[in-house]
Ligand binder design. Structure first.
Ligand code: 13P
Ligand code: SF4
Length: 352
């Protein structure tokens, strides 16, 4: 059952924010300039005792810089864990706002910098804390499970935080104990988890503007052209796309599948930044981005997350130079949000 009319910030304003983000993405730079910026950024990271924690969706320079300088490139669960356990006094997050907030919630004593504090996420924007809290109040008998792609305030209202890597297993475990749940904010991931587990989930009506653009029919046509291809799908995608998948999983799980599966040809339905790591880790294989609806109709992302793409080397250098983009969270909210996030990290650790 969906929860109708609960999202106060309407789709048009999310689309407008995405459009503004896309307009602020810098055009690609020449290779020699990028090389010199990478060198400067590495020097700043070392000088500031900072570690770079990057998501697979940010550009390849930031991914490589993170790895070269002892940081990490990871999915959102591992990003949270890595920043928490690393000894650096500053954690720099190349990703979106909720990832910086999660790092700060887990490590309040550290300085956490977001390369781009305006980097949002449509799931986070589509789940305002006040409306969500009211929704939870209306269903006091339900365990509240929220996706990591939410604000600190929403997490503070939750019993559990999950990422896509553990969502299905955790919901199955809670359901086996007889718990009914609220699931927020991604309706597609919620629907997938519900179909997989048979759990009683009441779904919030949010979506990722990137993944919802993958279309089952176009993907099915592409599959016919490449019958040997294996299809890898992130579960923020619509059911019609998930149903065509050979593997459904988090970004890390999809990369692992690309390495593990025998096939040498893959169609990938998630943000295109992941292709860099897939090609790096399986250089003999071919990866094709799954089709989106195209620039017409409703496509405002076309498999490129406009907020992830705001992260770049120049902004990283200026964040470290002036200490901008520092994440700060009200202590009461932080302490409450820390409880379900620690539960998530511990649950993930036990399953690893
Ligand atoms: P992962 O947890 O799979 O990295 O996903 C994060 C995300 O934002 C996907 O759009
Ligand atoms: Fe959010 Fe989608 Fe971007 Fe991931 S890809 S950060 S879910 S808008």
């Amino acid at each position: 059952m969906l929860s109708p009319n609960l999202v106060e910030s309407d789709q048009a304003s999310i689309a407008q924010e995405a459009k503004q983000a896309r307009a602020s993405v810098q055009p690609p730079l020449a290779q020699n300039i990028r090389r010199s910026l990478r060198q400067q950024a590495a020097e700043f990271l070392s000088r500031e005792d900072a570690v770079l924690v990057a998501h697979y969706y940010v550009d390849s320079d930031l991914q490589e810089l993170a790895e070269e300088t002892g940081g990490c490139v990871a999915d959102s669960l591992e990003m949270a864990r890595f920043g928490f356990t690393h000894s650096a006094s500053t954690v720099v997050v190349a990703g979106v706002r909720f990832m910086g907030e999660t790092a700060k919630i887990l490590s309040p004593e550290k300085r956490v910098l977001l390369i781009e504090p305006q980097a949002e996420c449509s799931l986070d924007l589509g789940c305002p804390a006040d409306a969500f809290s009211k929704f939870c109040d209306q269903h006091p008998d339900r365990t509240v499970v929220v996706y990591a792609n939410t604000s600190a305030q929403v997490k503070a209202r939750a019993d559990w935080v999950v990422t896509s890597s553990i969502a299905r297993d955790l919901v199955a475990d809670l359901s086996a104990k007889g718990e009914k749940m609220i699931w927020a904010p991604d309706r597609y991931l919620g629907d997938y988890v519900k179909r997989q587990t048979g759990a009683d989930l009441l779904l919030w009506d949010g979506s990722c503007i990137v993944h919802e653009e993958f279309k089952g029919e176009v993907l099915s046509n592409l599959k016919k052209q490449h019958p040997q291809a294996k299809v890898l799908v992130h579960p923020e995608s619509p059911a019609s796309v998930i149903d065509l998948a050979d593997v459904v999983g988090s970004t890390t799980q999809l990369i692992a599948a690309a390495q593990r599966l025998e096939s040498s040809f893959f169609i990938v339905a998630t943000e295109e930044g992941i292709l860099h790591k897939m090609r790096q880790s399986a250089p003999d294989k071919t990866f094709l981005a799954a089709p989106t609806a195209g620039e017409g109709a409703t496509c405002i992302s076309c498999a490129r997350c406009p907020w992830m793409k705001m992260n770049d080397l120049q902004r990283l250098i200026s964040a470290l130079q002036v200490g901008s983009g520092e994440v700060s969270i009200d202590e009461e909210v932080r302490a409450r949000a820390a409880v379900p996030i620690h539960r998530m990290v511990e649950y993930g650790r036990q399953r690893a």
